[in-house]
Design a protein around this ligand. Structure first.
Ligand SMILES: [Zn+2]
Length: 318
């Protein structure tokens, strides 16, 4: 694709329907020559790509747009990116969870969405032990901690605002919140039924799969995703393969199959973590793009269209 893809839309010039391809999980490393601040991803500055290099990769593989998760410190810079390339980058803003539920935090979120163009909130207070390893004091997040208790009243104003702004919230599934997350999200959905949820990393695949590829899903996680049309699972197929790591989805990607059989193609959204991967190369990006088509023969073209774009178009209201 060339410059014309800046104008990518569902309707081609002939009026024929063309499904957009969206990378649902990405990060921008540099804007121009400026490194985008982020505290949590250890990637060498020289490995970071800027927006032009990111767009070149998308064009080479046939991806119309990337959803980019941005740390709060980097939002002013990312705002410019969204202005310059509104068809290529979909911004998801993160906030400091120590203050995101306060009146000031809520006003900031409103500004990020209504004035700066962000399309979703990334809510990820990190496991408390990860904060300790970053030299932070988890007590600053309050008691009980949002990582395990995000359904309590203190955080309800955030979900209420997101529901009224009609933006999805991206919650992150870890091994460390695997026991608590599903009941918490069910409580939030019961209270805020129109809140769209994207579960980043899906139902933590490493917690689901045994060494022999057996998959057991928690009942409440199944209930959450099956019973709500607007709860989606992030899928990162092929991210591990070229790094020489075992697939997080099991030796034969059994978890991808289990997601597909249990929830169907309307609930899954393909993503890559680009450009915050060890080797942000075209070879790696193409491998991750092709992965589902090559390894999951049970997925039809129509399924792939939904998973690699259609579902994201609905979710982020593109
Ligand atoms: Zn990520």
């Amino acid at each position: 694709m060339t410059q014309g893809s800046e104008m990518a839309s569902d309707q081609g010039s002939t009026g024929t329907h063309r499904q957009r391809v969206i990378d649902n999980h990405g990060h921008i490393g540099k804007i121009g020559n400026t490194v985008v601040p982020d505290a949590y991803l250890e990637i060498a500055d020289e490995m970071r790509l800027n927006e032009r290099e990111h767009i070149d990769l998308m064009d080479a593989v046939g991806v119309d747009a990337a959803v980019v998760h941005c740390m709060e410190d980097g939002l002013p810079l990312c705002k410019e990116l969204l202005k310059q390339h509104p068809a290529r980058f979909i911004g998801v803003c993160k906030q400091d969870e120590r203050t995101s539920f306060t009146d000031e935090g809520l006003e900031r979120l409103r500004m990020y969405v209504e004035e700066w163009g962000f399309k979703a909130l990334y809510y990820d207070p990190w496991p408390p032990e990860a904060r300790v390893s970053q030299g932070m004091d988890p007590a600053e997040w309050g008691d009980p901690d949002p990582f395990h208790h995000l359904y309590i009243d203190r955080y309800a104003p955030i979900w209420r605002l997101c529901e009224s702004l009609r933006i999805p919230v991206c919650f992150v599934s870890y091994r460390q919140n695997f026991e608590m997350l599903w009941s918490g999200l069910l409580k939030i959905k019961a209270r805020f039924p129109r809140l769209t949820i994207v579960v980043i990393h899906g139902i933590d695949p490493r917690s689901l799969v045994s060494d022999d590829g057996g998959v057991t899903m928690p009942e409440q996680a199944v209930e959450l995703v099956r019973q709500h049309d607007d709860v989606f699972l992030d899928l990162l197929p092929g991210l591990d393969g070229m790094r020489g790591l075992p697939s997080r989805y099991g030796p034969n990607d059994e978890v991808i199959r289990a997601y597909y059989d249990t929830f169907g193609p309307t609930k899954l959204m393909w993503g890559t973590e680009f450009t915050f991967v060890g080797k942000p190369t075209l070879e790696q990006y193409r491998y991750q793009f092709d992965y589902l088509a090559q390894r999951c023969p049970y997925m039809t073209e129509e399924d792939l269209g939904l998973i690699r774009g259609g579902n994201a178009v609905r979710t982020y209201r593109l």
